[in-house]
Ligand binder design. Structure first.
Ligand code: GLU
Length: 296
């Protein structure tokens, strides 16, 4: 049973997406994810969307965007739409505004160094959870500091109080999951330099684009706990999730540029056949853990 056939068993046309950040070049791990998402959409008669996650204005590069588009075409993938997060900042600003009006976010003036130095902070999957220094500022103290650089953080305790208990999502591999965003703490929803963070932008966009099936690496599993909470806070639908295993190198290490994984661009420019690489990755996908819970 392939992933695609299992999902097709539902009889629904799936809308999937591939959402790379153009802060670097893609490698085979990205190709695996894009092919899986693409094929699920194509085999169910759905739509495959491309979203360039370029809210990080200082690290995103247009030449990486060009390379990503060329890589996907070289692999033989086609997409039905492409959007750029940098053109959607108003949507994120509106979402953070809704949360602000309900008192579910607060401005945080701390520097990264100050937070890291706080040794008592428990460590979530994304590093130390924020110790809450700015959560306890009075309205006057906040008001006096608003000219300083600040981000906006989710007030997790308030947020959890505002939603029904026991939020869940369905994962194709992990099955039914109860959302527990607690280890992540008061995550950043709007950055000092951008009106959104990854968590906010991805949640807003997946809903706005009608994505029904989120296909992405299992490294983002922990983030989904936060996204599920944001969906509840913003009255957004909850898609199905398919967190797939990560491709590893011969040492069993996750592929990464810093560990020498070749970029797709280098393979493409070196004359490697993109369709043949896609076929090899499809064979790997067929051997990986398959959805068991999507079947009727
Ligand atoms: N932009 C994210 C990344 O490149 C992926 C986002 C997602 O699939 O949710 O890691």
């Amino acid at each position: 049973m392939t992933a695609r056939r299992a999902i097709r068993g539902q009889g629904a046309a799936c809308v999937t997406r591939f959402a790379p950040s153009p802060t670097g070049l893609l490698h085979e791990g990205h190709a695996y994810s894009a092919i899986l998402a693409h094929d699920i959409a194509r085999e169910t008669g759905g739509r495959f969307l491309l979203r360039i996650e370029d809210i990080d204005g200082t690290r995103s590069r247009p030449d990486h965007v060009d390379a990503i588009l060329a890589d996907l075409a070289w692999l033989g993938l086609t997409w039905d739409d492409v959007v750029f997060q940098s053109a959607r900042l108003d949507l994120y600003a509106a979402a953070i505004d809704r949360l602000r009006r309900r008192g579910l976010v607060y401005p945080c003036f701390c520097t990264r160094a100050a937070i890291t130095a706080s040794l008592s902070a428990p460590h979530g999957s994304e590093g130390p959870a924020y110790p809450g220094t700015c959560r306890v500022l009075t309205p006057d103290e906040r008001g006096a500091r608003m000219a300083e650089a600040h981000c906006w953080r989710l007030d997790l305790a308030q947020a959890l109080d505002a939603v029904p208990p026991g939020l869940r999502w369905h994962d194709a591999i992990a099955g039914e999951v109860v959302a527990d965003p607690t280890p992540q703490g008061d995550v950043i929803l709007a950055r000092k330099d951008a009106p959104a963070s990854y968590h906010l932008a991805v949640t807003v966009d997946d809903a706005a684009q009608g994505v029904t099936d989120i296909v992405r690496g299992v490294d983002l599993f922990a983030a989904t706990h936060v996204h599920r909470l944001l969906q509840a806070l913003l009255d957004l639908p909850t898609p199905r999730y398919h967190h797939h295993p990560l491709l590893t190198d011969t040492n069993g290490e996750r592929l990464a540029k810093r560990r020498g994984a070749p970029s797709l661009a280098a393979l493409r420019e070196g004359g490697v056949d993109g369709s043949a690489l896609a076929a090899r990755l499809r064979a790997t996908i067929a051997k990986s853990p398959q959805p068991t819970t999507f079947e009727l």
